[in-house]
Design a binder for this molecule. Structure first.
Ligand SMILES: [Zn+2]
Length: 679
């Protein structure tokens, strides 16, 4: 240590602490590079030589094993900066001070603060005072060089890696189904079963064009799919498992199965705090760092690979657009997000189907269906279920509110008990005084009559006081109870009335009704067997079981009631459809799905119920078609139509293509009609 160094160290520096910052970038360095550690700790002796007492030398070594490229996660470095900025550090020591911070901005900040607080810096090369221009320049350069060095190391490593990747020589693990052959050439797995499984997967996708269909096909055929375990004690072992949707999409997206070598399929991004985060953002093949088609043997060719990607992309957009058709939370399904499958315990999803302008929910447990291609676990119609749960809520809301009220009352009761204790103390004091009076009376000499009489009167008075205190206490207690309960009962009833009014309000959006259900219910477990059993669990833990008959199919529900069919049957004898519609509507009857009648409804009821049509009935009565009557009279059909308009022949509408059927005229009538024609 030369004299110049000693000149830099002043009394004001020695009055503050000396900080020794010890760091190794990686845990491996911490373990193996012991010499460097020793050198770092050796700097302590330099501080001693410069005049710092041993108790003033603080070692910061909590950043061992942290990389230096950013200060964010280095607690020790942060502490160092804090100590310096609070003017508590006289000197900062490091093996090479520029390595205190490996990031230029961190380093310059430290330098700036050291200059402001007149803190010295010391490394193996020498002692620096950042408030001196020369030292500052030197330190700045050192910092920049240090960052450059780090950059160069990284560039050299990365460059080598990329170079190898571009040649396709960058080894690494191969996906299941591909193995390294002689001379490190990539080949298809020699295991015939493995090879055929992959061929089968690609072939099935070629035929079906859907990853889910591939999963289903494997499931139906009872086939399993191979994959190799990565890492752990079973590293490299071949495992046969059910094919999952995820695996199919992964295999289809992996370019190596198409014999292509790709490197840099994803990109990493730098976060604002300086850390590098690996994201899974995929980039198209044109932007990969290295891309070599036909680099090795594959299960499909590159064209097919691209075709497959396109198909997958289309499938996913189709799926998305379908999902967007139903708005996510406006739908009427009351148990959305609450329904749980009673068979497998998974959450059930809602699917809607539309019938005549109404949306009806179905609760579907389809998790296994989409993942492993099995049959749907169960599907339960929500039409009756939602209604039943709604009714249950309305019916249960009274006790629920009572529960809330009880909770409030309990709180009030605590307060009441406190008041009660206070009031009871009056009684206790009266008891004590009575007891005292009693003892005083018993202790007195019975011969001393005067005193004894006085004490007896005293005791009696105390007894009376006690009794009145007790009575008063009891009465106050009763009063408090009664007034509280009456007030609360009123409140509860008001709440319950409010609830049913709000619930039944037709203008209330479905979302709000669902929100109310979510507030009250924990979940609803559904199971379908001979009946639908719904176990409704309330937030408070109460459990209610609903049992509903299996919902009837829609076609049965919409079937017209028998009396309507009978009425139509009777009316058809003497009325056409238009007249029947008017008559039915006038009688206030409704169709099976609650609509008023029109011609097409009546027509379809006839067909569905197997009633004889109007035309059949008229024909059975011997009425003639237009052609028949024209032939019979011996005129053109147009003439007959004209006669019908004029009322000379009688026709009835058959409602069969607006056709009219005609009453057969007698021979006299025919003669009359013909005579009219000749005129
Ligand atoms: Zn299920």
């Amino acid at each position: 240590m030369n004299s110049e160094a000693h000149q830099k160290v002043q009394a004001e520096h020695l009055a503050r602490n000396a900080f020794l910052y010890v760091r190794q970038s990686t845990l491996r360095q911490v373990r193996e590079n012991l010499e460097s550690s020793q050198r770092q700790y050796g700097l302590r002796d330099r501080a001693l030589a410069l005049g710092w007492p041993i108790q003033q030398i603080v070692v910061i070594d909590c950043d061992q094993g942290q990389s230096g490229s950013s200060a964010v996660e280095r607690e020790g470095f942060q502490r160092l900066v804090t100590e310096v900025s609070m003017n508590r550090a006289g000197i900062v020591m490091g093996l090479e001070v520029s390595r205190l911070a490996r990031n230029s901005s961190d380093w310059h900040r430290l330098l700036e603060i050291c200059g402001l607080t007149r803190t010295l810096l010391l490394d193996e090369d020498g002692l620096y005072d950042p408030s001196h221009f020369n030292d500052r320049l030197l330190l700045g350069l050192k910092g920049t060089m240090s960052e450059v060095e780090l950059h160069l190391i990284r560039a050299r490593l990365r460059g080598g890696l990329l170079q190898k990747a571009r040649r396709g020589d960058l080894g690494g693990r191969l996906p299941t189904g591909l193995v390294y052959g002689p001379a490190a050439r990539v080949e298809l797995d020699q295991d015939r079963q493995v090879q055929e499984s992959f061929h089968h997967l690609f072939k099935t996708f070629r035929h079906t064009g859907s990853a889910l269909a591939v999963v289903k096909a494997f499931r139906q055929e009872g086939l399993r799919f191979p994959h190799r375990v990565w890492g752990g004690p079973r590293d490299g072992e071949l495992v046969w498992a059910d094919l999952s949707y995820y695996r199919v999409t992964w295999v289809l997206a992996c370019p190596r199965y198409a014999g292509a070598y790709g490197f840099g399929r994803t990109r990493s991004v730098k976060l604002p705090n300086g850390l590098v985060k690996r994201t899974k953002k995929k980039v198209p093949p044109e932007e990969w760092y290295a891309f070599i088609p036909n680099a090795h043997a594959g299960y499909i060719n590159w064209e097919e690979y691209q075709e497959n990607q396109k198909k997958l992309q289309q499938n996913s957009t189709q799926y998305r657009s379908q999902r967007q058709c139903t708005p996510p939370r406006e739908g009427p399904a009351l148990l959305q997000g609450l329904a749980i499958c009673g068979r497998c315990g998974r959450r059930m999803q809602v699917q809607y189907h539309e019938r005549r302008g109404h949306l009806y929910p179905d609760y579907v447990c389809g998790a296994t269906a989409s993942r492993y291609g099995q049959k749907q676990c169960q599907r339960i119609s929500g039409r009756n279920l939602d209604r039943a749960v709604g009714e249950l809520l309305l019916e249960t809301v009274n006790p629920l509110n009572l529960e809330v009220a009880v909770a409030i009352e309990r709180e009030v009761e605590v307060r009441l008990e406190q008041a009660d204790r206070l009031r009871y103390q009056v009684v206790e004091r009266a008891q004590q005084e009575t007891e005292l009076a009693r003892r005083r009376y018993l202790r007195v000499d019975p011969d001393n009559r005067l005193v004894a009489d006085q004490l007896e009167a005293d005791w009696n008075a105390k007894l009376r006081e006690l009794r009145s205190a007790q009575e008063q206490y009891e009465q106050q207690k009763q009063n408090a109870r009664v007034s509280l309960n009456a007030a609360q009962r009123e409140k509860i009833l008001a709440l319950a009335a409010d609830f049913s009014a709000v619930w039944n309000n037709p203008n209330l959006p479905n979302r709000e009704r669902k929100r109310m259900a979510h507030l009250l219910l924990e979940d609803v477990t559904l199971q379908k067997d001979q009946t639908v059993v719904a176990q409704v669990r309330f937030k408070g833990g109460a459990l209610r079981t609903l049992e509903l008959p299996l919902p009837l199919p829609f076609c049965v529900l919409s079937r017209t009631r028998p009396e309507v069919v009978e009425a139509i049957d009777a009316l058809l004898e003497s009325h056409d459809y238009r007249e029947i519609v008017d008559i039915l509507n006038a009688r206030g009857l409704r169709s099976g799905d609650g609509r008023s009648f029109n011609v097409s409804i009546v027509g379809s009821i006839c067909v569905k119920s197997g009633l004889k049509t109007r035309r059949q009935r008229l024909r059975e009565k011997g009425l003639l078609t237009l052609k028949e009557i024209a032939k019979r009279i011996g005129v053109k059909t147009l003439r007959v139509i004209q006669w019908r308009h004029e009322g000379r022949v009688i026709g009835y509408r058959s409602n069969y293509r607006n056709e009219y059927l005609y009453v057969e005229p007698t021979s006299e009538q025919i003669t009359l009609l013909k005579r009219a024609t000749i005129r």
